[in-house]
Ligand binder design. Structure first.
Ligand code: UDP
Ligand code: MG
Length: 306
């Protein structure tokens, strides 16, 4: 029986990229045995992107426009796409051609071998700022280590999911979602193919470094409470230092009762350090509490206009 593959493309203001992407996909996918449906998820674009998709949908019945009511963020847009993907497998890819459509046949080949989650792992990344690459490389390794999740290092959201995995993911309702972590967390047979990541052809990145850091923090906090433990250890360390310092001062007083101790600098330093540690801890705790609060509201993740 012919397989149906849903290609999910979340986009935000990618008017210049979408026609190029569509064309490249046609070049590669036309003539294959599978049937394809292209689900373009409009994450609140303010340019002409959605119009282009709507127009294309009139010409090509495989093209579908899923328009969210506003910008909900990349991870939610992916989720919306998955909720509307009815194929035997779904492929998630960026709209800016950084995820080359040429890799899709390779993803499919792994899928036919029985792999249910096929990651497209970046062998190289071109045209991204040094700090973003450095941060990404460090974070992926750190994340795998602390969450003990087998998250492939250097895989973005570009991947193929079998429909059983798509159904599993639909049962996950959390608001602060990190899809890269969740697709590992659900289990199933996982595998990877490798590709060289090019630079963005048109338009600008919607993920500057600070947004990447925010996504990373979301990922970390939604998979582990360990940071709370780390700050406790840190607090213990600082207290221990304080005690040792006090002991050394007392010892000095006993040995040299007449010597004067320089007070002001050390008091202010100790005060700043301890209050800093307290504020960091409190802030971190606050992050977890506010996330708990937001999740407890159980609001829908997104709304669909059309
Ligand atoms: N994107 C989105 N919603 C957002 C931000 C980005 O749907 O709020 C889309 C964007 O249009 C692109 C993909 O997510 O298709 C990845 O974004 P981008 O290429 O800007 O990130 P980068 O590759 O620079 O990390
Ligand atoms: Mg990109």
């Amino acid at each position: 029986m012919q397989k149906l593959i849903s290609i999910i493309i979340p986009f935000l203001n990618e008017r210049d990229s979408l026609p190029l992407l569509y064309q490249r996909m046609q070049n590669i996918l036309n003539g294959r045995d599978e049937a394809f449906s292209f689900i373009f998820v409009d994450d609140g674009s303010t340019d002409e992107s959605a119009n282009w998709v709507a127009m294309q949908a009139k010409i090509d019945s495989r093209v579908r426009l899923l328009q969210l009511s506003r910008n909900f963020g990349h991870q939610i847009a992916i989720t919306a796409g998955l909720d509307h993907a009815d194929g035997d497998a779904a492929v998630i890819m960026d709209a800016d051609l950084q995820d080359p459509p040429e890799v899709i046949p390779e993803l499919l080949a792994e899928w036919y071998k029985g792999v249910e989650v096929v990651y497209a792992v970046r062998r190289t990344r071109k045209g991204e700022p040094f700090f973003k690459r450095l941060f990404a490389a460090a974070f992926y390794r750190f994340f795998s280590h602390v969450t003990r999740l087998n998250v492939p290092v250097d895989a973005g959201d570009f991947r193929l999911l079998d429909h059983t995995v798509v159904h599993a993911l639909r049962q996950v309702h959390e608001l602060h979602r990190y899809m890269r972590g969740l697709t590992s967390w659900v289990g199933f047979r996982q595998g990877a193919v490798y590709y060289d990541r090019g630079s963005r052809l048109k338009g600008e990145t919607k993920y500057p470094l600070w947004r990447s850091i925010k996504l990373a923090f979301d990922g970390l906090t939604s998979f582990t409470g360990d940071p709370l433990r780390w700050v406790s250890y840190f607090g213990c360390g600082i207290s221990l230092l304080g005690i040792l310092w006090l002991a050394s001062i007392l010892w000095g007083k006993i040995m040299h009762p007449d010597a004067s101790v320089a007070g002001w600098t050390s008091i202010i330093a100790a005060l700043l350090i301890t209050s800093g540690v307290q504020l960091i801890t409190l802030g971190l705790l606050g992050q977890y509490v506010s996330r708990t609060y937001e999740e407890s509201k159980k609001r829908p993740l997104y709304f669909v206009r059309q």
